[in-house]
Design a protein around this ligand. Sequence first.
Ligand code: SDX
Length: 429
Amino acid sequence: MSEFDKITLTAGDKSFALPVLHPTLGQSCVDIASLPKETGCFTFDPGFGATASTRSAITYIDGDQGVLLYRGYPIEQLAEKSSFLEVAYLLLNGELPGSADFAKFEHEVSHHTMMHESLKHFFRGFHHDAHPMAMLAASVASLSAFYHDDLNVDDPADRKMAAIRLIAKMPTIAAACYRYSIGWPMGFPRNNLEYVERFLHMMFEVPSEPLQMNPVAAKALDLLFILHADHEQNASTSTVRLVGSTGANPYASIAAGITALWGPAHGGANEAVLKQLQEIGSADNVASAVLRAKDKNDPFRLMGFGHRVYKNFDPRAKIIREMCHKVLAELGVNDPLLEVAMRLEEAALKDDYFVERKLYPNVDFYSGIIYKALGIPTEMFTVMFAIARTAGWIAHWIEQHETPGARIGRPRQLYTGHDVRDYVGIDQR
Ligand code: SDX
C-alpha cells in the first residue's frame, strides 16, 4: 500500500493532483476520473495490466507472494477445512455460515438442482460431438427464458434466487452436456447426495445399475471446485461485470463469463494442457517442447504456465500438484502424463527464459491430470472450471449490483484510423 494520498501530474505548464485510493491489502490506486478534464487525455492500458476496474471485497491476490484469500480466508485453509458449497456461501455472503445458515443454504441449493424439461430439448439441436462449453453457454443463457418473472436485477431477493439457481443447476446442465455427448439419458439430481457427489452421480450413473460412489473422487473434485471458485477480476469475471453493468439478467451475464472462460489463454488452458502433454508424449520430448515455447517465431506456449498476476507460484497449483500424487495413488491410477508434467515443470523452472519472465505453473497445469483420473473427458475440463467459477461470478455480479452509483462499463480507445475524409463515388475509385 502506498504511503502518499495523492500524486501530482504536470501537463504542459499545468500541474494538478490526482487522489490515491487505499485498499485493505495490496496496491493503492490512483483515481484518474478527472484526467480527461484536467489534460484532455485518457490513460492507455491494453490488457488492463495496470488498471483496477472496480472496488471489491470478495477475493484478494498477491501475485508476488503467491497469496490468495477468499473474503480474507487463505485458500490453503479453505482447501484443507472447507467444502465447495460452504465456500460458495462465503463468497456470496462474506462470512462463513453457522450450521443453521449452511443447512438452509444447502436445502435451497439442493431444491433448485433440476432443469426445466423443455431445456433438455435444446440439446437435441446439437450434434453429438458439439463441444460441451458451447452447449453449456447456450443452455445457461436460455435459463432467463424460464424465469422471466423474477429477473429484476434491482431486487435483492431476485438476485439471491438467481445465485441459488445458477449454483444449483450448473452441475445438472454440465452433466447433461456430457450425457448428450455420449448418447446416454440425462440423469436427475439426487437431493440425498452432497453437491459434488450429486454431480458425479448425474455424470456417471448407469440407469441399469446403482453407481458405486468413490469418496476419493468426490473429495478431490470438491477440492478442485474450491480452488477454482473465484479469482478477483480475471477475464471471465470482468466479462460478467461488464455485461452485468448494462443491466443484463444474471443468466445472460454468467453465460458471457462461460464464453470468456473458454479461451485457451484462460479457463480453456486445462483442456489445452492435457492435449499438450499428450502431444509431448514422453519425458524424452520435454526439452524440445521447452525450446519451442521459447521460440518467438513459434506460437507454441507451455499451456498451464504463466499468469498475469502471479509472478510466483500460483498457490492453487501447489495444492493441486500435491493432490495429483495423492489422488492418483488412492485411485490406483498410474498416468505417464504426470511424469511428463513433472519433467516439464522441472525443465522450465530451471530455464532462464521462464525464470526471467517469472513463469510458473498455474491452476490449469495439473488439474487436468486429476480430472482424467476421475474419468472426466478432456472436453469437459473447462466445464468443471465453469461449475466452480459460477460461485465467484455470481458473487461479483451481486456485489456490483449492491454498489450504489454503479455505472455501465464503457472503456475508451486510442484512435489510429483515418482522419476525416469525404465519400468518393464508385465511378471515381
Ligand atoms: C487462468 O487471470 C486469472 O486470474 C486467470 C485464472 C483464474 O483463476 O481466473 O488464474 C485462470 O486463466 C490461468 C492462465 C491459464 N492460461 C495458460 O496457461 C495459457 C498459457 N499462459 C499464457 O498464455 C500467459 O502466461 C497468460 C495468458 C496466462 C498471461 O499472459 P500475459 O500476462 O499477457 O503475459 P504475456 O503474454 O505478456 O507474457 C509475458 C512474457 C512474453 O514473453 P516476452 O514478450 O516478454 O518475450 O512471457 C511469455 C510471453 O511470450 N510467456 C510465455 C508463456 N506465458 C507467457 N512463454 C511461453 N509459455 C507460456 N505459457
